[in-house]
Every structure is written in structure tokens, then in C-alpha cells.
Design a protein around this ligand. Structure first.
Ligand code: ATP
Length: 348
């Protein structure tokens, strides 16, 4: 990653970056390389430091120690407007008294782009987010999703190499949020811009990102593709933060998987069968009793327990339970099975 030759513009590097606020170490000695054109997400719980990292890349926050570079140029000391980055905030920050067209043109006006040219570029950016039909309206006449798209157009029109997005979909309801996730991803792909995206929503990060950095207490616990961080969590924190986990160690792990390491089996890997079921070759099993069943539309979540203190969560697609005739009810005695190669060992 240190080799900067022959790279497309739009890569971001952080070296030994820390940020201390009074007595809080918000970011702790971070090294990070974000590749040109990638959709990169910073994911983590509230207070884990991801927004502070984004704000340091934008230049809204100074670093306490360390260096930040874009395309190999050290930008650590540069003012925000001298950096080749733009930021899209959660609250959109549109000018309320300007039309959509004027809002999108604004940044070009401050760059002294002549009127006809900035009108053309703004129209193109508005078209890209599919909102040409509302270009003459004021922001309050648009829906939340439309305002979000305009905030994006306003950033894209300035053709940044890197776009920083701080929970941009946080204010939208679930359905709109999911639609915008798809749109945002396709706009990013078309524009070929590096996106650095902050979210605390693991599904959102998984759905959109090329790579995810999972933050905890000012540090990156794991950095990898959505598949890697989900299937091969590096720590118990990552396993727990990305989806539901069945974490086992010590005697319980020994009883179930034959070793006492910390292990994780994802609920969707666990199948439930009636009492007496014998596991097939390459599968393991444990007996238990159903203590909870929850129907969630697409899935049924079943929790089983046994007297040895084992508690297992299983999630099954309802499509695989035709007519629910195979779903279990509280009190049923069952056998949970899983494929041995679906047991992930978590390094300690
Ligand atoms: P959220 O999802 O809630 O935005 P986050 O992961 O983005 O959380 P940060 O906002 O980066 O976390 O905050 C990291 C830590 O730094 C927190 O403990 C926070 O209270 C602290 N912090 C952030 N900004 C400031 C500030 N301006 N002054 C003092 N402390 C701050």
C-alpha cells in the first residue's frame, strides 16, 4: 500500500493518526489506506471514533498526531476548501431560500465558473440523481429522499476525487433508506469516485461497501470485505456487532465443536430437526428445547436451550418451511445441526 506509483487519483492514507479531546482518546494511532474508486465504510457503535476520522480527512478537525495524505500529497495542515474532498452530511445542509438548481450551482459559483457552464454542469448533476423535474423548487418542497439526492448532486458537481459521507441516510425511513442505498451505490459506481461512508448500520455497510473498517473505541478491530468481516470475524466484538452470533468458548465450545477456542456459528447456519434426528456426515449437533419462536416475515428465529447451559439461536428462511409445517413451537424437543466447516474460530 505504500507504493504510490501508477495509482489512480482518489486514494487516502492515514499514518499514526490520533485525536485526543480533553481526556478522551477518540482516535487511537490509526493506520488506514482507502483505495481509489472504492466504496469504503467506517462502521461502529456510537462514540467509536468514525465521525472524527471522517472530519479529520475533511479538515474540519485537526489531528493530534499523525499525517493524512490524498494521492500521496500530505494534506494534514490544509484548510478544508484546499482539499480535493467534499462532504455530504446527514442534515443535507441545503440553502432553504435557493432553488434546487441554485443550490447545486452554488459551489461552482464560488469557484467562479461562468453562468452558462455552471448551469449546464448543475443540470447534469441533478439529472444524474434523477431530479430534473424538481430543479425549480425550493428544498422544503422536496421529500427527505429527494433532499438527500440533491445534497449528493451538490457534492458531485464539484467532481471531488473523494466524497465523504457522514450517515447520509440516517434521517430516512427504512424503505426510502433501502432505495437510496441502491441509488447511492450505482451513482458511486458510475462516477468512479472514492466514497468514504460513515454508518452505524451493519446491514447498510454490508450492502454497499467494497470494504468495511469496523471501529471500536478509537481503533479498527477489523478491516475487510463484507464477506470477510461477517464470515471470519477477527474478534468477538466484530462477530457481535455484525449480525447475530452464537459465540461459545471453554467447556461449551468443547462439548459442541470439540475444541475450547472461542468459536462462532451464525444463526442462519443452524438447522433444527425433530428429536432423535441423527446428523449427516460432516455435521455436528446438539439437543435442546425450544424456548422462543419469533416470526419476522422472511425468517423464523428460534432459540433453544439445554440443561448444560447451551443457548443457540437459529434463523431459518420461511420459504424453506413450506406452510410452516416444519416450524417448531415453544417446548418442542429438537436437534440443532450445523456443518462443521461453518464454525468460525475467533483468534484471541
Ligand atoms: P456517532 O455514531 O455517535 O457519531 P462516532 O463513532 O462517530 O459516534 P465520534 O463522534 O468520532 O464517534 O466520537 C468519538 C469520541 O470522541 C466520543 O467519545 C465523543 O464523545 C468524543 N468527541 C467527539 N467530538 C468531540 C468534541 N468536539 N469534543 C469532545 N469530545 C468529542
Amino acid at each position: 500500500m505504500s507504493n504510490t506509483a501508477n495509482r489512480e487519483p482518489g486514494y487516502v492514507s492515514l499514518r499514526s493518526v490520533s485525536k485526543v479531546f480533553d481526556d478522551v482518546r477518540a482516535v487511537d494511532d490509526l493506520d488506514l489506506d482507502i483505495e481509489s474508486g472504492e466504496f469504503f465504510s467506517m462502521l461502529g457503535p456510537s462514540g467509536s471514533g468514525k465521525t472524527t476520522v471522517l472530519r479529520m480527512i475533511a479538515g474540519f478537525e485537526t489531528v493530534t498526531t499523525g499525517t493524512i495524505s490524498i494521492d500521496g500529497d500530505n494534506i494534514t495542515e490544509l484548510a478544508p476548501f484546499d482539499r480535493t474532498v467534499n462532504t455530504v452530511f446527514q442534515d443535507y445542509a441545503l440553502f432553504p431560500h435557493m432553488t434546487i438548481q441554485e443550490n447545486v450551482e452554488y459551489g461552482l459559483r464560488t469557484r467562479k465558473v461562468p453562468k452558462p457552464e455552471r448551469a449546464r454542469q448543475a443540470s447534469e448533476a441533478i439529472d444524474r440523481v434523477k431530479l430534473s423535474h424538481v430543479a425549480d423548487r425550493l428544498p422544503h418542497q422536496l421529500s427527505g429522499g429527494q433532499r438527500q439526492r440533491i445534497a449528493l448532486a451538490r457534492a458531485l458537481v464539484l467532481t471531488p476525487k473523494v466524497l465523504l459521507l457522514d450517515e447520509p441516510l440516517g434521517a430516512l425511513d427504512k424503505q426510502l433508506r433501502e432505495e437510496m442505498q441502491v441509488e447511492l451505490k450505482s451513482i458511486q459506481r458510475e462516477a468512479g469516485i472514492t466514497f468514504v461512508f460513515v454508518t452505524h448500520d451493519q446491514e447498510e455497510a454490508m450492502r454497499m461497501s467494497d470494504r468495511i473498517a469496523v471501529f471500536n473505541a478509537g481503533r479498527i478491530e477489523q478491516l475487510g470485505t463484507p464477506h470477510d468481516v461477517y464470515e471470519k470475524p477477527a474478534t468477538a466484538f466484530v462477530a457481535g456487532f455484525l449480525g447475530v452470533s452464537n459465540l461459545l468458548d471453554g467447556e461449551k465450545a468443547m462439548a459442541l465443536v470439540g475444541r475450547s477456542d472461542l468459536v462462532n456459528i451464525r444463526p442462519e447456519r443452524i438447522r433444527l430437526h425433530g428429536a432423535g434426528h441423527k446428523p449427516a456426515k460432516d455435521y455436528s449437533s446438539v439437543e435442546g428445547q425450544v424456548v422462543e419462536v419469533a416470526y419476522t416475515g422472511a425468517n423464523t428465529i428460534t432459540i433453544i436451550e439445554n440443561p448444560a447451559g447451551i443457548r443457540i439461536i437459529s434463523t431459518q428462511l420461511n420459504e424453506e418451511l413450506p406452510g410452516h409445517k416444519d416450524s417448531f413451537v415453544v417446548g418442542d424437543k429438537v436437534v440443532a445441526t450445523w456443518r462443521n466447516d461453518h464454525v468460525a474460530t475467533i483468534p484471541q
